[in-house]
Design a protein around this ligand. Structure first.
Ligand SMILES: Cc1cc2nc3c(=O)[nH]c(=O)nc-3n(C[C@H](O)[C@H](O)[C@H](O)COP(=O)(O)OP(=O)(O)OC[C@H]3O[C@@H](n4cnc5c(N)ncnc54)[C@H](O)[C@@H]3O)c2cc1C
Length: 300
């Protein structure tokens, strides 16, 4: 049972922002979802005491960053959502290594790398998530992924204590990390980059953004690629091959610009998106034999 007074008091101690009955549509890039019971925005210090309190009291909880890979239930989330965002986003550079607190946007980390003349993460520029979410998902683009640069991370372990983990132990693979399997909350990520030429770094970053603008339906709300890449093929290619561009349920639509994206044309609900995804999966399986799997995480 959530004791709102006790949690409010604990959040007050750390100056964390605390909201009750908070619409998840405001915290996810898909822009739908019901309310969560409580939302806590972390500020300054890692929320170890909050997590310890939550665990001691068996309270249901979830962690979100930018919410750019989340499908939030229309029924909301009957528990506490811990949000890492702008108020937990310090980025520091030490030689050729960069450490970012989990709420730092991946693109802000890329910009810091550019400013410091460090190369290695240009291809990740434009992925619209936090560094915590990027490590959790082992986010990647254009042949690069978090796995290539991360060397260690700090996290809150199952007991609510701070611990560190090195990259070798993170079990990083395509859209997978140890964090997807264990009850760990990432609080900071350290990446190893290399000295590079600022002009070349900048043009590589500009090129990435241009590719996104040209190919992705960025004018609509979405969670990016809706399906994982099946072994030996591409979800977008299969979807297009099956003639599913433009297929819709309510305001959820398979983008006509990029068939790998399901977009929210205005008032899509979680139910619309999930129904559309089921249709796409069934047709693709029937016509090609490939089994598509959702990439975004369902928050319910
Ligand atoms: C237009 C668009 C384009 C995209 N392009 C790409 C792309 O090119 N490549 C790609 O890989 N992804 C892409 N994505 C998906 C998404 O941006 C990435 O997966 C991103 O890394 C998610 O970060 P986030 O902060 O938004 O995480 P969220 O969506 O908030 O969370 C995703 C998961 O990570 C967990 N999580 C988040 N923060 C933490 C933390 N601190 N500790 C523990 N768990 C945490 C959440 O619990 C959830 O399970 C795109 C999305 C959009 C909308």
């Amino acid at each position: 049972m959530v004791n709102i007074n006790e949690l409010t008091e604990l959040c007050g101690k750390f100056n964390y922002k605390f909201r009750t009955d908070c619409p998840l549509s405001e915290y996810t890039t898909f822009r739908f979802g019901g309310n969560c019971r409580i939302l806590i925005e972390v500020r300054g210090t890692a929320p170890t005491e909050i997590i310890q309190y939550i665990k001691r009291n068996n309270i249901k909880y979830a962690v979100i960053g930018k919410g750019s890979n989340i499908i939030a239930s229309d029924d909301g989330f009957d528990g506490v959502v811990i949000h890492f965002g702008n108020d937990y986003a310090d980025i520091t550079v030490d030689g050729t290594a960069i450490t970012a607190k989990s709420g730092a946007m991946l693109s802000a980390v890329c910009r810091k790398a550019l400013e410091s003349g460090l190369t290695g993460m240009e291809n990740l520029f434009g992925i619209p998530g936090t560094i915590g979410g990027a490590l959790y998902m082992n986010a990647g683009a254009y042949g690069s992924e978090m796995k290539d640069i991360v060397i260690s991370a700090e996290y809150i372990n199952e007991n609510g204590d701070i611990a560190t983990i090195s990259a070798e132990n993170m079990d990083l693979s395509y859209r997978h990390s140890i964090f997807t399997e264990k009850d760990y909350i990432i609080t900071s990520v350290t990446m190893q980059l290399h000295k590079g030429d600022k002009n070349s770094i900048k043009s590589a970053m500009d090129e990435c953004i241009q590719k996104r603008v040209d190919k992705q339906p960025l004018e609509y709300a979405s969670a990016g690629s809706t399906f994982k890449r099946p072994k030996g093929n591409f979800a977008s290619k299969l979807i297009e091959q099956c003639g599913l561009k433009g297929l819709s349920v309510g305001d959820a639509e398979v983008s006509t610009k990029h068939s790998g994206f399901v977009i929210n044309k205005g008032n899509a609900t979680c139910a619309d998106v999930l129904e559309l995804c089921e249709k796409v999966k069934n047709i693709v399986k029937e016509k090609t034999g490939y089994i598509l799997e959702l990439e975004p995480v369902i928050l319910k």
